[in-house]
Design a protein. Structure first.
Length: 190
């Protein structure tokens, strides 16, 4: 199991270009579809938890999934696999960047990667929205959250805290409302 975790996260870390969020479809395909280690719902739960945790998103996902599958040793295997190749590539690029930073070809390569990275990020966003059961009536929540962060500079921490409070209030209201409806129904039957 530990070797499988290491190899899977090594592949994810090696072929992820563009940051942590780009790895979501690659990780979902490996962990959910191919290996069947997690269900789609469990993956989405780990994704939410990883986003709320401080630190690097890719390492947070490796930590959550590694712990779920193999405890502390699973965490070490998943993190080691996830960061080995990116650290190696970053060291290589840092050493050689001075030689190529003024090269027009290199500049064009990076310009060409930008739209691909946007598409790689957009794809899991739509898939997660579907899995999270976001409907037209709940779409306003992520839209308002994004606008608060982007246009008004509200810290994501405040948005997350507001979402937690809102979720707790909604859950409490729903439980009370469901309880009152079922108690009313019981009273009328008896």
């Amino acid at each position: 199991m530990y070797w499988d975790l290491f190899v899977s996260f090594w592949k994810i870390g090696t072929f992820t270009i563009g940051g942590g969020y780009v790895m979501i479809p690659i990780m979902e395909r490996e962990v959910v579809d191919r290996r069947k280690w997690l269900s789609h719902e469990e993956f989405l739960d780990n994704l939410s938890l990883s986003q709320a945790m401080p630190g690097v998103f890719a390492v947070n996902m490796a930590t959550c999934i590694g712990h779920r599958l193999g405890g502390f040793r699973g965490v070490i295997a998943a993190i080691a696999g996830n960061i080995l190749m990116p650290i190696t590539i970053i060291l290589f690029l840092a050493i050689s960047f001075r030689l190529f930073r003024d090269n027009v070809f290199v500049e064009h390569v990076f310009m060409g990667l930008r739209p691909a990275v946007v598409a790689l990020i957009a794809t899991p966003v739509f898939r997660m929205a579907k899995q999270a059961r976001i409907t037209w009536s709940t779409l306003w929540i992520p839209v308002v959250s994004a606008l608060l962060i982007w246009l008004f500079g509200v810290s994501p921490v405040w948005v997350i805290l507001a979402a937690i409070v809102g979720g707790l209030l909604y859950g409490t209201y729903s439980a009370k409302h469901k309880g009152s409806v079922s108690s009313e129904g019981k009273g009328s039957v008896e």
